[in-house]
Ligand binder design. Structure first.
Ligand code: ADP
Ligand code: MG
Length: 565
């Protein structure tokens, strides 16, 4: 038998979609406060929000005559006509927040509008709202929510501990605060203050709270504006990535959204900076015209649909890539600082880049990569190569720090950029082998390898099929001369995913990896100097194409501490 449900049950069902757990209540209340133009939002929570969630603001308030209506379902001051749904500029717009909270808890709402002499207060529970009573109250609105889910035992049972629910509340509020720096936010739990963010433009305090010590790894994104969107934010520097994507925070028009929409853009932006299976983190603020985004896709408004996701994605990727490029160059300059006044260090005589011996390591002459910047050649070179360590690391100093360079990672970076630059310019010069050689591969590998032949050719490595599972290497990229391309190592790498790298870039990265100096190879002083000189001119000098660091700097201070000075 089909029966029409009673209004209380309907309310309960609808509330279930909006109010999943204590943090959902907080979200609705704080969004209302922000929509009301609050400059100060204070939150007090007891027992993870199960006993009490109390949110007060200094916003526009609600007139006494509208208090009952505020609790009615689908009653809102934020939309007038259906067409307003096409350009939502407020966080709320469905008129479901207060009604849903009252359906599953006891609510007291007290509010005073700016002109009013005193405030009014009401109690709301299920479908009932009490008659407004006058009370003394500060300007703004205060909502106290008690006994959450008292009438929904199933929900209560499904909640985690009070501590876990409080954790969600604290994280949500601190995170949301990132998008509203001019608003003061405070949170207390069980009577103890958790945080108080002062209003202002700087986000430091809030970033430190949300990201913890990892906030130190954040660098400000170079803001970018396109037709479809603008993007700002903070992203982690390469090398301080995480095992998951949880801290890739995204705001679209100041709405915190849960979205993988830009996961690809993050990875692509990091490209050769990122290590496999590691993820950068940070916070992106994407602003799009209100008619180009639809927030009406999810009951808790935690998702949005963009009209132009491709263009926005591209913008995010470019902003990240450009910022990291700038950052890497700054750090490289730091790492290799050229200070004219150098303490005399009795070490291997340093040669300037101009007089350095021709570079055997990489095809220096025909390489398309930029020549060392003029100031590099002319400035007194403070970085001196001291020695090679364990046939693996180049040891150098600028007089202030010990600089360690991973010779393989550094050379890989140099070779990768040279190969990619040449390949993108329409084919790299090749060096025919006097005696072509053939290799035979396992069937699985042969298939994978065959699929990369075009990209290899673009990079100057000519290989042709030579019967089943056999290949003949005819030419290798010019400039690698004596160094035989380690084809087997290359093939072994083909199975690995490198996130963010396109198929061709991955092939070139692997080609670079297997064409250059390995760890365990003795280098002469001139070769080491040339390697460092080349590294400086790279776009991303600090990391190899697979994301491993190329340079580590140990400051004299740190060394002094080791000696307890
Ligand atoms: P919505 O936010 O989608 O409009 P709500 O049920 O959350 O729906 O709120 C209903 C209405 O009550 C809002 O449109 C707004 O006019 C008013 N309101 C709720 N909270 C506040 C507040 N903190 N300050 C001022 N007005 C509020
Ligand atoms: Mg609301």
């Amino acid at each position: 038998m089909i029966r029409q449900l009673d209004p209380t049950t309907i309310g309960l069902i609808a509330a279930g979609e909006v109010i999943e757990r204590p943090v959902s209540v907080l979200k609705e209340l704080v969004e209302n406060a922000l929509d009301a133009g609050a400059r100060r939002i204070a939150v007090d929570v007891r027992r993870g929000g199960l006993d009490l969630i109390d949110v007060s603001d200094d916003g526009a308030g609600i007139a006494a005559s509208e208090l009952a209506l505020a609790f009615a379902r689908h009653a809102t001051s934020k939309l007038v006509a259906a067409t307003d749904l096409e350009r939502v500029v407020t966080l709320g717009f469905r008129g479901e927040g207060l009604a849903s909270i009252a359906a599953v808890a006891h609510v007291r709402l007290t509010s005073r509008t700016p002109g009013a002499e005193f405030g009014f207060t009401v109690m709301a529970h299920k479908l009932a709202v009490s008659t407004p009573e006058p009370v003394a109250a500060p300007g703004g609105t205060r909502v106290r929510v008690e006994s959450l889910f008292e009438n929904v035992p199933a929900r209560r049972a499904y909640l985690r501990s009070a501590t876990a629910e409080y954790g969600r509340i604290a994280t949500f509020l601190a995170t949301l605060a990132l998008a509203y720096p001019r608003v003061a936010f405070s949170l207390a739990h069980d009577g103890r203050p958790a945080f108080a963010f002062a209003p202002g433009d700087a986000l430091d305090q809030r970033l430190a709270h949300v990201f913890g010590v990892a906030a130190r790894a954040l660098t400000e994104l170079e803001a970018m504006a396109g037709e479809a969107a603008t993007v700002r934010g903070f992203v982690s520097r390469p090398g301080s990535d995480r095992g998951d994507r949880r801290l890739q925070l995204l705001f679209v028009n100041d709405r915190l959204v849960r979205s993988n929409a830009f996961a690809g853009a993050w990875s692509a932006g990091y490209a050769t900076y990122a290590l496999a299976h590691r993820h950068p983190f940070g916070v992106l603020f994407v602003d799009v015209p209100s008619d180009r985004v639809d927030p009406n896709v999810h009951p808790t408004k935690a998702e949005v649909r963009l009209r132009d996701p491709e263009a926005t994605n591209g913008l995010v990727r470019r902003a990240i890539a450009r910022t990291l490029g700038r950052d890497a160059n700054e750090r490289m300059r730091d790492a290799l600082s050229f200070s004219p006044a150098l303490p005399a260090v009795p070490v291997v005589e340093s040669t300037t880049a101009a007089t350095a011996p021709p570079l055997r390591l990489v095809g220096a002459e025909e390489a398309v990569v930029a020549e060392p910047a003029p100031e590099f050649v002319e400035a007194p070179r403070a970085l001196r190569v001291l020695a090679q360590l364990d046939a693996t690391f180049v040891l150098a100093t600028d007089g202030r720090a010990l600089v360690l360079v991973d010779q393989h990672a550094a050379h890989e970076r140099v070779a990768y950029e040279a190969i990619a630059a040449r390949a993108r310019l329409g084919g790299a010069p090749t060096e025919p082998l006097l005696v072509p050689y053939t290799i035979e591969l396992e069937p699985r590998d042969a298939e994978r390898f065959a699929a990369t032949l075009d990209a290899l050719a673009a990079a100057g490595c000519e290989v042709e099929p030579f019967g089943e599972r056999c290949f003949r290497v005819l030419a290798t990229p010019a400039g690698y001369g004596a160094r035989a391309f380690d084809l087997r190592g290359y093939v072994a790498d083909l199975g690995d995913e490198v996130p963010g790298l396109g198929a061709r870039e991955r092939i070139w990265a692997s080609l670079a990896c297997h064409s250059v100096t390995r760890a365990g190879e003795a280098l002469e002083a001139g070769e080491m100097e040339a390697l460092l000189a080349r590294l400086v001119t790279c776009e991303n000098p600090m990391h190899c194409p697979h994301g491993r660091p190329t340079i580590v700097r140990v400051e004299a201070d740190a060394i002094a501490r080791m000696f307890k000075r």
